[in-house]
Design a protein around this ligand. Structure first.
Ligand SMILES: [Zn+2]
Length: 421
């Protein structure tokens, strides 16, 4: 028997090309890994069932496969993720990463951007998935992030102190297959020896690195928590701000958000990864009385309230900043099946309408990853990545469940009507 490479996916509701409304009783025609057409079921020719494999998703709500823009495959997503990392062997880390990949795919994530992992883990993991040896989303890797001695994520980062050192490392990463570059512009919560309140690189260095990335067909994602580093990142024009927080240098003050920067971010077209969904999951976990991660000693006493954080991102949204879905998978409570939590948080905390929240984990993330010319929407000639849910997520955003009813990745059935294939 020859394998039929052509498929027809039927669903009562299919999101339209701009992901802002439903097409009723349509079907998606697929050849190999691509969508060849989307048409009303009634327009199908009579003999289609001889030439196509038919997959009927029934009364479901089909969306583009989800795109997670912020993951770290090597971590456990538990409060002790940092400790576990140091206890595990390289082999155990790889097993964990493979499991995380499988979990993400089964939850509907067909594409994922890794924002920092050891080179010897992420590039082999990507190859295993690309060669269909294991199940997982398509990975867009950065590999080892750039940081300073004892700085944020030093234990899998590469130490570089100035533009020259950074650019030579970027060249190496690109040769290994990095699709983008991650730099730690400030310290971070996760690394006890680093200080979220201080800049790890100057504005001039960040500007040089942005230029180097632009000239080498890649883009820069910058982790930034301090007021000074966030401003430097915006002024330098990084492609993607990660977290984008405003810690003051002084331990006594928590935040110094400068409102005029909101419009600047918007004008420069910088994508902002708020990781607000991680806060939502931590908040809900705390309500259940579960154990939480330990705070970083350098921010203790003066952490901003959730309300303060939320208000800043609401302000950015008012100024039309592109706030992308980003969970920081692998960090405490940010489990690999929780990509949809970004859409929940965008509706419930930032007040997005439901379609806009759905776009923030599909088409908008495709734009942030610079893959929106072939991924992130249900359109002709796009990769056939599809996820479907039993209930309408535009009526209740929590209908985006962590276990969708069906998942199709690049035309391949992964899970259909609740059954893993
Ligand atoms: Zn991260």
């Amino acid at each position: 028997m020859t394998m039929i490479s052509k498929k027809i996916i039927k669903s009562k509701n299919i999101s339209n090309a701009s992901t802002d409304g439903w097409l009723k009783d349509h079907c998606i025609l697929i050849k190999d890994n691509l969508i060849t057409n989307i048409m009303p079921e009634s327009d199908l020719p009579n003999d289609y069932s001889q030439s196509h494999e038919i997959i009927d998703l029934g009364d479901s709500f089909a969306l583009p496969g989800l795109i997670e823009s912020h993951a770290h495959f090597q971590f456990s997503a538990t409060p002790d993720a940092y400790k576990i990392y140091f206890e595990e062997s390289d082999l155990q880390k790889m097993e964990r990463a493979k499991n995380n990949a499988k979990t993400a795919l089964h939850s509907g994530v067909t594409t994922i951007r890794d924002l920092g992992a050891p080179n010897e883990l992420i590039f082999p993991l990507k190859s295993l998935i690309d060669n269909e040896e294991i199940d997982g989303p398509e990975i867009f890797p950065t590999g080892t992030p750039l940081t300073i001695k004892d700085g944020h994520c030093w234990f899998f980062g590469t130490i570089a102190n100035n533009s020259k050192e950074i650019c030579s490392i970027i060249e190496k990463q690109l040769k290994l297959g990095a699709t983008h570059i991650k730099i730690m512009a400030s310290g971070g919560y996760f690394t006890p020896s680093s200080n979220p309140r201080i800049s790890q690189y100057s504005f001039e260095t960040l500007r040089d690195v942005v230029n180097f990335c632009n000239n080498n067909d890649t883009y820069l994602c910058a982790h930034t928590l301090s007021n000074e580093s966030t401003k430097s990142c915006i002024d330098a024009g990084v492609h993607n701000i990660i977290h984008g927080r405003w810690f003051d240098k002084s331990l006594d003050k928590s935040y110094k958000f400068e409102e005029n920067y909101s419009k600047k971010i918007s004008e420069k077209g910088i994508f902002v990864d708020s990781t607000i969904s991680k806060h939502l999951l931590e908040y809900e976990s705390k309500l259940k009385g579960e154990k939480q991660r330990k705070p970083n000693p350098n921010v203790i006493k003066s952490e901003p309230t959730l309300e303060e954080i939320i208000n800043i991102f609401r302000r950015l949204d008012q100024d039309n900043v592109d706030i992308i879905g980003a969970l920081d998978m692998g960090m405490s409570q940010a489990f690999f099946d929780k990509c949809v939590a970004s859409a929940w948080a965008h509706v419930e905390w930032l007040g997005f309408d439901h379609w806009k929240a759905i776009r923030s984990i599909t088409s908008l993330n495709a734009k942030a990853l610079k893959i929106d010319n072939y991924k992130g929407s249900l359109k002709k000639d796009y990769v056939a990545d599809i996820v479907s849910f039993s209930n309408d997520p535009t009526l209740n955003i929590r209908n985006l469940k962590t276990n969708p009813s069906s998942v199709i990745k690049a035309g391949k059935a992964i899970k259909i009507n609740g059954q893993i294939i």
